[in-house]
Design a protein around this ligand. Structure first.
Ligand code: SF4
Length: 352
């Protein structure tokens, strides 16, 4: 049965596998970039970013030598910015430790920031044809259906890794892993899998039991918290706006933003903005009209940003709770990397 699963999958892949730009490459750097971009982002979004990235940072050394702000700017819009910071740090480490050559040993790859077992397996199998299994979100779903897993995948991770390893075709690990990812992305999709066209339908237990839409079982998740944030677009007399750079550690670290903070219970948006700006920057402002309200959902919480035009009154701005602050004009603001929710504020400023 295992050899039939291998052969049928490889046969299917060679006939209808996706033609993706990184598939042609055997350069571990290029494959690494694609693997990291694909971690949380869909293929069609990734392709233009991937191509621009390789034009801007064609080698590991070029990435290592870049300024972090350039790296974050190139990533702007892809989200999960820790991925970009980790790529940058890992490139610097590879230059120092391996003379700029991406390592080809599992332990060395796993030691790089931002690389877990499935990403390491994906890179080493694609670049060097090493027989290492993978288990990303798509593969978990396919394998869970193949064996009609009776529990959510997170409860059976060891079993799923074992299955991925057992099935892997050690003669063709590169193609096998790529094929498995394609199966999950194109036929064995989360909703309405296309089992009629699937090379594994003969052996797939979920399909044969008619439960493919109920597997994998969903993880039970608590509802995500909702944060209400007052945000200030602070203008001075020279038509400049005050922006700050978030601390390196934590969500969106190293990106620029408009200052502000969380509403306290019973507080008005205006009072929140005045208090936060005093605490964060040590200055006095007056709060004017609402510019825009922005809703944004991250993985673990949702935010609503109440954004107001504000006027600088007095005090020397200081980076009390951020890394850096700057007065910039609207024309200059595009040089700075901002998170998606803040990009909407910039667009609103341009059209206001
Ligand atoms: S038969 Fe259906 S459920 Fe099973 S692996 Fe194929 S697409 Fe997925």
């Amino acid at each position: 049965m295992i050899s039939d699963l291998r052969q049928s999958l490889l046969h299917w892949y060679r006939a209808v596998g996706r033609d993706l730009p990184w598939r042609m490459s055997r350069d571990p750097y290029e494959i690494w970039i694609s693997e990291i971009m694909l971690q949380q982002t869909q293929v069609k979004t990734v392709i233009p970013y991937y191509q621009r990235w390789l034009e801007q940072f064609p080698t590991i050394a070029a990435l290592a030598n870049a300024d972090q702000q350039q790296v974050l700017k190139a990533w702007q819009g892809l989200g999960y910015y820790a991925r970009a910071r980790n790529l940058h740090r890992a490139a610097q480490f590879i230059v120092q430790q391996y003379n700029g050559h991406f390592p080809d040993q599992m332990a060395a790859v796993l030691a790089l920031p931002g690389i877990g077992r499935t990403t390491a397996g994906g890179i080493l199998s694609a670049a060097f044809n090493q027989p290492l299994p993978i288990l990303d979100g798509n593969v978990k779903r396919v394998l869970a259906r193949l064996v009609a897993l009776a529990l959510p995948p997170t409860k059976e991770i060891a079993q799923l890794w074992q299955l991925s390893e057992t099935l892997l075709d050690s003669l063709h690990p590169r193609d096998f892993n790529q094929a498995l990812m394609d199966l999950g992305a194109t036929l064995c999709t989360p909703h309405k899998p296309n089992c009629q066209l699937c090379p594994w339908s003969r052996h797939c237990q979920a399909y044969n039991l008619g439960v493919q839409s109920q597997v994998p079982m969903s993880e039970s998740r608590p509802p995500i918290p909702h944060k209400l944030i007052g945000v200030a677009v602070i203008w001075n007399d020279r038509e400049q706006i005050l922006i700050d750079r978030r601390r390196q550690e934590g969500l969106l670290g190293g990106l620029w933003e408009f200052p502000g903070g969380k509403l306290e219970p019973g507080e008005t948006v205006e009072a929140c903005i005045v208090r936060e700006i005093q605490e964060e920057l040590g200055i006095e402002i007056s709060v004017g009209d609402r510019l825009i309200t922005v809703d944004h959902t991250y993985t673990h919480f949702r935010v609503t940003l109440y954004v107001h035009h504000c006027r600088y009154i007095r005090g020397e701005p200081q980076p009390l709770e951020c890394d850096e602050i700057r007065w910039v004009t609207l024309a200059e603001i595009d040089q700075y990397p901002f998170p998606k929710a803040n990009v909407q504020i910039i667009e609103a400023l341009r059209t206001a």
